[in-house]
Design a protein around this ligand. Structure first.
Ligand code: ATP
Length: 370
């Protein structure tokens, strides 16, 4: 499933050079983006980057100041929210407290004066989809938070929108329930084939559920790609740093063989080597981004290691399945190395102040422009 890679595929949603200003403030800055049918698309970025504004423009609660937004090939500027094949599920769920689960789900269908048998069939289908059959007669205060979340989802899908917008849909749930619900959400999205656009500040959540993730900053798209590409091949220090943990080593690049560079880094360490598909000129400033799990920690310098530096253990974060070691180099630079705790003993492998070696391969990091 990769419609974005198919030049023939027609996007369901198309932002064309969209700018949104509030007074003199530019919330969305000349942004273009295509989202395809059946995608589970995540908008991710720090507070204030413009995620909600994007959603509100899709929902019809705001119009672009410049540019256009198309839904299934038609310009939707000026089309009111209730006239769009778009629905929005709010973080607060906004369920009607005095109505039963069944009536909450039926609400939009009744308002559209659908025939009774159609409403009954559709509500039954939604109750089954969200595993709420047993709770149909209860009121929102008589069910759990997770069940309420499912009622809100069932209600937003009842009218079979082309596009469902989800604003922090799992924000009110605790971590464990949230993780289970993520899989449920993916399952429901797949079964209905509805395009989902989710706003979340939780990067793990975005990476878990989404077919593609857009990382935003100050009203602009920094990178739009599949979760694994965003993580493995970030296009900037900003994206590398925003998603997951990363070590950034700044230095200057010198070509050293095909797609390979020698990097002289600022603090007097032995040069390191890295491959890069992007080319760098001799002496060009660069930054190597390396994920902590790509850095191996050992007592001795591994014989075959191309990149190895010596330091001492400054801090250890034991997280059960993994441990993260903060290792200080003589220059004061701190590098994080993560080990998978597959064996019990690994927990006690190294302790504070232990002298250690850190090593990584030439392909272990991503070379970025500074
Ligand atoms: P959060 O994660 O905190 O919800 P966000 O990425 O969703 O943030 P938006 O709500 O889209 O951010 O806001 C983007 C920027 O636009 C913010 O700086 C915000 O203050 C500004 N903004 C949003 N709505 C308005 C408005 N109606 N009038 C003026 N400024 C606004």
């Amino acid at each position: 499933f990769a419609p974005w890679a198919d030049p023939e595929a027609k996007p369901l949603i198309r932002f064309q050079n969209v700018t949104k200003r509030f007074g003199t403030f530019t919330a969305i800055d000349n942004l273009s983006l295509d989202i395809y049918e059946r995608e589970f698309f995540a908008l991710l970025g720090p507070s204030g980057c413009g995620k909600t504004t994007m959603m509100r423009m899709l929902g019809g609660f705001e119009n672009p100041t410049e540019g256009r937004i198309e839904l299934a090939g038609k310009d939707i500027s000026g089309v009111p929210p209730n006239k769009r094949a778009v629905n929005m599920m709010f973080q607060s769920y906004a369920l009607f407290p005095h109505l039963t689960v069944w009536d909450n789900i039926a609400f939009g269908l009744r308002r559209d004066s659908k025939p009774k048998p159609e409403i009954e069939a559709r509500v039954a289908e939604m109750l089954k989809l969200t595993r709420l059959e047993k709770f149909a007669k209860r009121k929102p205060h008589q069910i759990s938070g997770g069940q309420r979340q499912r009622v809100a989802l069932a209600r937003s899908l009842a009218k079979a929108p082309k596009l469902l917008l989800l604003d922090e849909p799992l924000g009110a749930l605790d971590k464990k329930l949230r993780q289970d619900t993520q899989f449920e959400l993916m399952d429901i999205q797949e079964k209905t084939g509805t395009t989902f656009v989710i706003v979340t500040h939780d990067q793990e959540e975005a990476m878990t559920v989404a077919s593609r993730v857009a990382v935003m900053d100050e009203g602009r798209l920094m990178q739009v790609a599949t979760p694994d590409r965003i993580y493995e091949s970030p296009n900037s220090i900003y994206v590398a740093d925003f998603i997951g943990e990363v070590n950034i080593i700044e230095g200057t690049a010198t070509p050293d063989g095909e797609e390979t560079y020698r990097i002289d880094w600022a603090d007097g360490q032995e040069p390191i080597r890295a491959t890069s598909a992007r080319s760098f000129a001799t002496g060009e400033k660069c930054a190597l981004a390396i994920r902590p799990e790509k850095v191996t920690i050992s007592a001795d310098r591994p014989a075959e290691a191309v990149n190895a530096v010596q330091g001492k253990v400054l801090d250890i974060a034991y997280l059960g399945n993994i441990s993260t070691y903060h290792v200080e180099l003589p220059s004061g630079t701190v590098i994080k190395a993560q080990t998978a705790n597959t064996r019990r003993i690994s927990r006690r492998s190294f302790t504070w102040d232990d002298p250690v070696w850190l090593s990584w391969t030439v392909t272990g990091g991503v070379l970025l422009a500074e």
